[in-house]
Design a protein around this ligand. Structure first.
Ligand code: ADP
Ligand code: MG
Length: 257
């Protein structure tokens, strides 16, 4: 049965999508069966996996409205090595469409349960907000992976997310926990980043992943080729870090079972 993780942080541009597609590709490379669920109307995880969001006949939007199953709407990202439940701009309307519907925060959870046996990992790329879409992601997951840059306001920004996760844990999803904070776009030459990284470890202890993702231009270039960095340039420092992170995640879920 798949372990389900949300990649979430209410800030934009912190590396959620880069983490989702590269962790997925890293996991695939070490033999794990992976589904990526794109919950962001921007569809970056879809495009970055090599699926053209404009050509999708069915997306996660249809799944949310229960007009398609995950099995019908998923696509294989051949080169990336995993399946994708894609998203495009249509998903932006879901927020409004869901308001009047029942079980609106549990739709993804219910839909994913039907395919959980097909995968080892299901990774949900969340939009940069604490919206109904993100809530659907968080209600489905066993845990949250929080990518963050080691900047001055990083810790402050975490408070809202941590409180949201606590509330969801108490009211909607007792499974939910923060699996870990992932330091991304890290540059060890910058003293401030090193300091914030030390603070993170002091505050969150073993909730900070051992793996650190460096700032690496190959990771930023890969999406324009429709590939995760791990596939686009496997020898790059960024790709190697994500494969390490995939191994760390496999070790972590062994301790969760
Ligand atoms: P989010 O999904 O949180 O909005 P993205 O994953 O799209 O964030 O990342 C924001 C930008 O930073 C993108 O242009 C991406 O290519 C770039 N980026 C992400 N991680 C790295 C990294 N480790 N090194 C260099 N660039 C990165
Ligand atoms: Mg994104």
């Amino acid at each position: 049965m798949a372990k389900i993780f949300c990649i979430a942080n209410q800030k934009g541009g912190v590396g959620k999508t880069t983490t989702t597609v590269n962790l997925a590709a890293g996991l695939a490379q070490i033999g794990q069966r992976v589904l990526v669920v794109d919950l962001d109307p921007q569809g970056n995880a879809t495009m970055g996996s090599g699926i053209d969001k404009r050509k999708l006949e069915m997306t996660v939007y249809d799944v949310l409205l229960e007009s398609a199953s995950v099995a019908e709407a998923r696509t294989r990202a051949e080169k990336s090595g995993y399946d994708v439940l894609g998203a495009n701009r249509e998903l932006a309307g879901a927020e409004v469409d869901l308001v009047a519907l029942e079980r609106r925060e549990k739709r993804i959870k219910t839909a994913i349960a039907e395919v959980a046996a097909d995968y080892d990992f299901i990774l949900i790329d969340c939009p940069p907000s604490l919206s109904m879409l993100t809530l659907n992601g968080l209600c489905s997951a066993h845990g949250v992976i929080v990518p963050m840059q080691c900047e001055y306001f990083a810790l402050e920004g975490l408070t809202d997310l941590v409180n949201t996760i606590k509330q969801i844990h108490a009211n909607l999803n007792p499974d939910l926990q923060i699996i870990g904070l992932l330091r991304v776009m890290f540059d060890p030459r910058i003293t401030l980043q090193q300091q914030v990284s030390d603070q993170l470890k002091a505050h969150f202890g073993n909730k900070v992943f051992d793996t650190v993702i460096p700032r690496n231009v190959r990771l930023a270039e890969a999406p324009s080729y429709g590939l995760p960095g791990v596939v686009f340039d496997p020898s790059s420092k960024g790709a190697q870090a994500f494969v390490e992170f995939a191994k760390e995640m496999v070790r972590r879920i062994e301790t969760m079972r």
